[in-house]
Design a protein around this ligand. Sequence first.
Ligand code: PLP
Length: 397
Amino acid sequence: MKTDEYILPLYNRLDIAFIKGKKSILYDENRKDYIDFASGVGVNSLGYANKKIVKTIKKQAKKVVHTSNIYHIRPQEKCAKKIVELSNYDMQCFFCNSGAEANESAIKLARKYGNIAFNTPKYKIITIKNSFHGRTIATLKATAQEDKHKYFAPYPDGFIYANDINEAISMIDDTTVAVMLELVLGEGGIFMQDIFEVQKLEKILKEKKLLLIIDEVQTGVYRSGNFLISQYFGIKPEVVTLAKGLASGIPIGVMMTNLKNVFSFGDHGSTFGGNHLSTAVCNKVLEILEEYQNSGKLDENISYFNSCLQYFVEKYPKIFLQKNGFGFMQGLVLKDEKNLNDIVNFALEKGVLVLKSGKNIIRFLPPIIISKKEIKEGFQRFEDAILNLSYIKKEII
Ligand SMILES: *Cc1c(COP(=O)(O)O)cnc(C)c1O
């Protein structure tokens, strides 16, 4: 029986449906359990059914879920303060509901800045090959993967693509207003940018009064071990965007910027953005994760996770080329891209959820609070999946 008769066929779904979860474990309709190394796609930062989050949702729902942004929203004010403090950037926040919307907001802000800050308006935004910035018309065009652009033209003007940071620097001209960048490419291969190249880019942009927009939709909210990965790079961007992990599954996005006087009333907005429910949950998520990071546990578990991945690279050199990534955003690069779907499927069969990135990378985005025990169990199951692949494909281990 076709179960999704009334749903547009936009996703090539795996044949499985989950009905509940606990910590970093999900259960399917047959009560089989799965260790979750995917967390949605980097969304469920606290895993599943976290007691404090359940309590926060209940408590807030009993009071008020939503009012318009034409009124003050106290949990939103608290949330903005917390995000800015954790970032250590002198910024203000705009709340929306997704990563694409956060990046769309950043693009609008950059365009307005380009219009008002210079004698001749600047509008061009440079992005990096294999980046991913969203699926709205503008953020799709900002996404430098031209195979994804085939059917949806015409696009807004003013996006150009650089192969790497040095090429981005060489492409800056009189019409350029910003460079938009993921510091680790999420969808495009878990490739981490070079710190010194990023710092060089930042310096050149600052000299020209142009903007550095860092898309932290995937890298943000402690995925790197820090609240933001840009903190680790030692840069001060003009704009940072966040979404995925912020409220552990409740939709929320943030565009934060140090350009506090560019937007004025009515330039931008959102109906749902920053409502009582999403920001109350976000406040609780951030409180829990900040404490967790301070305890040292996050760093400890990230190192353990890394050592497990390193084991696979060393033990199975016929299958894996290398390990890419940072913190809890990691990839195993396959020698043969034909194995990608098989590994994801065998892993599912053995009870561990992993993701893909690019054409030949197994991507790992576990919940931030995943325990050492869950990590160990997940990698045991992952090894069973690899052994299955070796057996079927006659790869010599
Ligand atoms: C997921 C993602 C987006 C898009 O977020 P949505 O919530 O799906 O709109 C944008 N940028 C990056 C880096 C992402 O990983």
